[in-house]
Design a protein around this ligand. Structure first.
Ligand SMILES: NC(=O)c1ccc[n+]([C@@H]2O[C@H](COP(=O)([O-])OP(=O)(O)OC[C@H]3O[C@@H](n4cnc5c(N)ncnc54)[C@H](OP(=O)(O)O)[C@@H]3O)[C@@H](O)[C@H]2O)c1
Length: 237
């Protein structure tokens, strides 16, 4: 039985993978969730959950790369949340372009990865800042692949560069929002069995999300601007 009071949570990229699992677990513990998807009409699993948790789950459209969509989301929030304040923002949406090789990397992949994995979460957090409750938490889904200090081989450069940029965005947002006691962290879910992680991945989405939520529940201001994994272990930048 969870002793946390019910909170308002916004999860991006919630129609599949880790974002969908966050939505499931948050609903199961009584939170009210705004789950975003690029195409809500095709988000079958989310729409089924909305039927199971009437009034607790609202599915709204969001392409994280489009600042106009951030503004539209901000306008729609008061229509679905009573006081419109968000206690927890999970910047989960992300993209990984596989098959990149040194010598053949092009600007399109780099640009798309940066817009999705770094600029999107930063700009969405900035846009939603007025609707974040004082003392709220912002969780940026990063990756060990974005850790400069752990990089010992060439691989998935667009993803790695964009997640390293997300890490810097995390630290900057932590600074900007500290005056309102808002904690901003970067997290790695481990190597998770989703469309992105593949079938061979080590961690079940259920375990990754349960581990991350347990850690997020315990965050204090002293943790703001930190980077840790689904088991709560710190990750070097
Ligand atoms: N799986 C892993 O092993 C792993 C490891 C480290 C970090 N992560 C991070 O964890 C997060 C979730 O990963 P996952 O494994 O669940 O990936 P996934 O199964 O590929 O799901 C990605 C989600 O992001 C959404 N998305 C992609 N581009 C978007 C955009 N422009 N606007 C809005 N939504 C967009 C997708 O929506 P559509 O369905 O519309 O495409 C989907 O909901 C990502 O940030 C990823 O980098 C994953």
């Amino acid at each position: 039985m969870n002793s946390q009071p019910s909170r308002h949570v916004l999860v991006t990229g919630a129609n599949r993978g880790i974002g969908l699992e966050f939505t499931r677990q948050l609903l199961a513990r009584g939170d009210r969730v705004v789950a975003t998807a690029r195409e809500p009409g095709r988000a079958t699993a989310l729409n089924t959950l909305a039927g199971e948790y009437p009034g607790h789950l609202h599915v709204l459209p969001l392409d994280i790369t489009q600042p106009r969509a951030h503004a539209e989301l901000l306008r729609e929030l008061p229509l679905v949340l009573e006081d419109a304040y968000i206690d927890l923002l999970i910047n989960n949406a992300g993209v990984l372009h596989s098959g990149e090789r040194f010598g053949a990397l092009d600007l399109d992949n780099l640009e798309h990865s940066f817009r999705t994995n770094a600029a999107g979460p930063y700009l969405l957090t900035q846009a939603l800042a007025p609707q974040l409750a004082d003392g709220a938490r912002v969780v940026n889904m990063s990756s060990r692949i974005g850790a400069i200090g752990l990089t010992t081989r060439f691989g998935t450069p667009s993803y790695a560069i964009s997640k390293a940029a997300l890490n810097m965005a995390t630290v900057l947002l932590a600074q900007a929002l500290s005056v309102r006691d808002i904690v901003v962290v970067a997290v790695s879910p481990g190597w998770v069995r989703t469309d992105m992680g593949g079938e061979q991945a080590e961690v079940a989405p259920e375990d990754a999300v349960a581990g991350l939520l347990a850690r997020v529940d315990d965050l204090s201001m002293a943790d703001s601007g930190s980077f840790f994994d689904w088991q709560g272990e710190p990750i070097p930048w």
